[in-house]
Design a protein around this ligand. Structure first.
Ligand code: SF4
Ligand code: SF4
Length: 360
């Protein structure tokens, strides 16, 4: 058993590497200054319909705004990051009007929550084994992948894993921003790493490239305008003035990461779970427009794409068809315009009108 706290940290970092994480670091579980902006961001409505972001504690405080309130026992946050980039073109390179775009993170064979949590549990187990009983007789630990009351990227910054870019993604100077994050809260006080310095400099590529102007200012995202939010989280119809900017995105959006210079040489992942499922890189719009209930279930079993549900995906596909400029989609849009789901039918009618207009 390790006797010194520095040994414990080294063991944890070694365990993270052994588990397949590309990066790891330790941050103190104090309330970081970045969290001070969170209540105003929520109050401005920038979280859209993502009610889980607004979860509150018994005293009415936003859980994600204060780690010390929601987990007063926690002393350290161990942040682990794994690269999910696979060797396939970026969305900004796709020119085929028959095809749509699914965000890179959602191509994987296994849901990333499971793939990352499995690895995180290995690190947590190593921590529990290494923690000196005399220093921490009742060690408490919790592992989270997206599910914790914590803004992971803030603690990733303070653990030295990367900086928060102007596009609000976490970026590492060698690995880029295609990173899944997992965090372990621990009651043991480990020595924190140094925060990662911001290397965005004068660059504003992501802000300029965003087709819906969702990055209101550096480091400030309005989810209501973000294609990721619109295609995944938004239920029902999507505001008409945002549809043209959505292009052929049908689940998520990678543009502000595709254009980031730090992703130019981003390495490919070695984790087999993140290899794409068949057909998901640049998927055929015609396939997904009329996908049956059974096929949706089997094609996306265990995939994050289930989150938008079959109706949401087909709504997105109808909009993508409308933005494709490809009039060969008119017959399928005719059928979708009579769909039993009103958001699909209405989106298809909009898409038809847009396609017809583009030929006039
Ligand atoms: S994900 Fe797409 S829509 Fe959202 S901020 Fe980035 S570029 Fe804009
Ligand atoms: S594109 Fe430029 S400004 Fe945006 S996150 Fe990357 S480095 Fe930062």
């Amino acid at each position: 058993m390790a006797s010194r706290i520095s040994d414990v940290k080294a063991i944890v970092k070694h365990a993270a590497e052994q588990a397949g994480f590309d990066l790891s670091g330790v941050a103190s579980a104090t309330d970081a200054p970045e969290l001070n902006h969170f209540p105003a961001w929520i109050a401005a409505g920038h979280a859209g319909e993502m009610k889980y972001m607004e979860a509150r504690d018994d005293h009415g405080g936003l859980k994600r705004a204060s780690l010390s309130r929601v987990a007063p026992w926690a002393r350290s946050v161990i942040v682990c990051a794994i690269n999910y980039n696979t060797d396939h073109p970026y969305s900004t390179e796709g020119r085929d009007s028959n095809r749509g775009w699914i965000s890179r993170y959602a191509w994987s064979r296994e849901d990333y929550h499971d793939a990352v949590l499995r690895r995180l549990k290995q690190v947590e187990a190593a921590l529990r084994q290494a923690a000196p009983a005399e220093l921490e007789p009742s060690l408490t630990t919790r592992s989270y992948v997206d599910t914790g009351p914590i803004v992971e990227r803030v603690y990733a910054k303070y653990s030295g894993v990367g900086w928060i870019g102007k596009n609000t993604c976490l970026i590492h100077q060698k690995k880029g921003s295609w990173l899944f994050l997992g965090v372990i809260l621990a009651s043991l006080e480990l020595e924190p790493d140094l925060p990662a310095p911001d290397r965005c400099g004068t660059c504003t590529r992501c802000i300029e490239a965003c087709p819906t102007n969702a990055i209101l200012a550096p480091y400030q995202l309005d989810s209501n305008k973000c294609i990721s939010y619109l295609t995944i989280e938004k239920r029902g119809s999507i505001a008409q003035d945002l549809r043209a900017g959505m292009g052929r995105h049908i689940f998520g959006c990678d543009i502000c990461q595709d254009v980031c210079p730090w992703n130019r040489k981003a390495p490919a992942s070695t984790a087999p779970e993140f290899e794409p499922r068949a057909g998901l890189v640049n998927p055929a719009l015609a396939w997904l427009a009329e996908i049956s209930v059974e096929e949706f279930r089997s094609a996306f079993s265990g995939s994050p794409i289930r989150r938008t549900k079959r109706a949401g995906l087909r709504r997105n596909v109808a909009i993508a068809m409308g933005n494709s400029g490809n009039t060969e989609f008119l017959p399928v849009l005719d059928r979708l315009a009579c769909d039993e789901d009103e958001s699909v039918a209405e989106s298809a009618r909009w898409a038809k009108a847009r396609l017809v207009q583009s030929t006039e």
